[in-house]
Design a protein. Structure first.
Lengths: 273, 269
């Protein structure tokens, strides 16, 4: 099914032999990935495996140590700062803790990308902000509130409204359901699905929540932390559909899906904990 | 051998940090010259640095002037030169203590706050969010703070000087009962326009250094509450060290310039 999708769609993002290292710590090694336009890709894996770093590399927030990231036929490494800033207007990014600006109101936060463009009048901006907030199920009354006055779920929805305001071609969600209760998590999952239904948008979702992965994904890519891999092993241990993931026979994949500690318990015993 | 490795590592880290700081300054200056920030980002920073620092700077200036009067009076009286206090207090104030202590106060009040704010923004991914939305964080966050410090720290120094002069006058004339005519006559003889220029010229560099060091520390903040705390402390300590280095360097250079311009010089005694 994935092969069929790849054949049909023009790739929007291509990652070739990506390596990322922070000081002595290697985070990503030899990642190759192609994301076709319109696909919802879920990056799955345990904490610290490099999912967020891979996603940030795709929009140039993290500089690769080696390798290439191509967005819509443009190699990010060859672009000037101004060109990258312009290119980023085609992305929307929902951060793990929403990353709303504390000093601004909700309305100013959502309007920020529009103000950066400077193409819209105050009335237009206000209308667009209200429309986006209502799409994510927030009332008009939140416009003048500060982010600190909102609950975690509301902050995530404001973050989503801000990411959607420019009608991006690609949306990145960094752990969208982390820290939320199961009901609010499902609301966020539903919003991701509805956003995609409403706009022909390509999505990358970083999560370790299996419910989110099964519900929103067209395709799942699973990463493994480098310290748990041999020198020659690929960091991507699974690439397929949600159905294929459930039926995958790889012990590491099954362990993750079923939430089993497995040999980690042996590690705890070995250290005497 | 381990010791040698550690020293080597320290040297490499120091050189890297200096290079990184230099690149950060170049990026700030490039944005400053290519596109000025919008008023909505500029005015809140001007208000924060200028208006909110005014009371503390005025208070510092007043007390410096009075302390100088207290400390110098007894030595000068023994020599029978107490009427020269005006010259000593006002010259020390406008040339040295006013700018340096005002800058130190501002490094603590403004610099630490900037580092803590930007550090928190770094830790909570707000700086990444700016980049992700096509806004350059240096242009949006650093340039307005740099401009606020560049323009307002010299202005606040004028305020500190003025209040220091007033404080010195109050203590000398009303408490120590020095003759007001001789106090101001000596001040007029010994304090030149060049001394005023020296103090203000130095404060421009102090302001720039506080802004650059504090923003750099905030931008390079490590994760967690400890990282933000460390960035805030480092911002003050590094700004203070920079203020002292700049003070000494500019003091030497400006003295040299003074003696070139006025070869005969002016002595206090």
């Amino acid at each position: 099914m994935i092969e069929a999708l790849l054949e049909q769609q023009e790739p929007l993002v291509e990652v070739h032999d990506l390596h990322v290292q922070f000081g002595a710590q290697k985070v990503l090694r030899g990642i190759n990935l192609t994301i076709p336009a319109g696909q919802t890709l879920v990056l799955l894996g345990e904490s610290g495996c490099g999912k967020t770093v891979l996603m940030k590399s795709i929009i140039g927030l993290v500089q690769p140590t080696r390798g290439q990231v191509i967005f819509d036929h443009e190699d990010l490494a060859t672009l000037a700062e101004r060109e990258i800033n312009y290119l980023r207007l085609r992305y929307g990014f929902v951060f793990q803790n929403a990353a709303l600006f504390d000093s601004m109101t909700v309305g100013q936060n959502v309007a920020f990308p529009l103000r950066q463009q400077g193409r819209f009048s105050d009335n237009q901006v206000y209308e667009m902000v209200l429309s986006r907030l209502s799409e994510v199920g927030l009332p008009d009354s939140v416009v003048h509130k500060k982010p600190a006055e909102l609950s975690g779920g509301m902050r995530k929805r404001v973050g989503l409204a801000r990411a959607l305001i420019m009608n991006p071609e690609m949306i990145m969600y960094d752990e969208p359901t982390t820290g939320l209760d199961p009901i609010m998590s499902d609301v966020i999952n539903e919003l991701i699905i509805r956003t995609r239904r409403r706009n022909p948008v390509t999505s990358v979702v970083v999560t370790h929540d299996m419910n989110t992965a099964k519900k929103v994904a067209d395709r799942i890519v699973m990463l493994m932390p480098l310290p748990r891999l041999g020198e020659q092993e690929s960091q991507i241990i699974f690439d397929g559909t949600p159905e294929e993931l459930v039926n995958c026979r790889d012990r590491r994949v099954q362990q993750f899906i079923n939430g089993e500690a497995g040999e980690r318990l042996m590690e705890l015993r070995a250290t005497g904990v | 051998m381990d010791q040698v490795c550690r020293w080597g590592e320290l040297v490499i880290d120091s050189i890297t940090a200096v290079g990184d700081f230099t690149l950060f300054m170049i990026r700030t200056l490039r944005w400053l010259l290519t596109r000025l920030p919008r008023g909505e980002t500029l005015w809140p920073n001007f208000y924060e640095v200028g208006v909110k620092s005014l009371p503390v700077v005025a208070l510092t200036g007043t007390f410096i002037g009075m302390v100088l009067a207290v400390q110098s009076y007894f030595q000068f009286r023994q020599l029978g030169l107490e009427t020269r206090l005006g010259g000593v207090i006002n010259m020390t104030l406008v040339r040295e203590l006013g700018p340096v202590l005002a800058a130190t106060m501002l490094a603590g009040r403004v610099g630490s706050a900037m580092a803590a704010e930007l550090g928190t923004m770094r830790v909570t991914e707000q700086i990444d969010a700016l980049s992700a939305m096509g806004a350059n964080p240096v242009h949006y966050l650093v340039v307005p703070r740099f401009l606020a410090c560049l323009f307002l720290i010299p202005t606040l120094t004028i305020m500190a000087d003025f209040m220091g002069v007033a404080g010195g006058h109050f203590y000398s004339v009303y408490i120590l009962e020095i003759d007001i005519h001789h106090y101001w006559h000596n001040s007029k003889i010994f304090v030149s326009q060049f001394d005023l220029f020296v103090g203000l010229f130095k404060s421009i560099f102090f302001g720039s250094a506080i802004a650059m060091v504090s923003c750099y520390q905030g931008f390079n903040c490590t994760a967690g509450a400890e990282g933000v705390g460390r960035a805030s402390t480092s911002a003050f300590v590094h700004s203070f060290v920079m203020i002292l280095i700049i003070d000494l360097s500019l003091g030497i250079v400006l003295d040299w310039v003074y003696f070139l311009m006025y070869p005969e010089g002016v002595g206090l005694l």
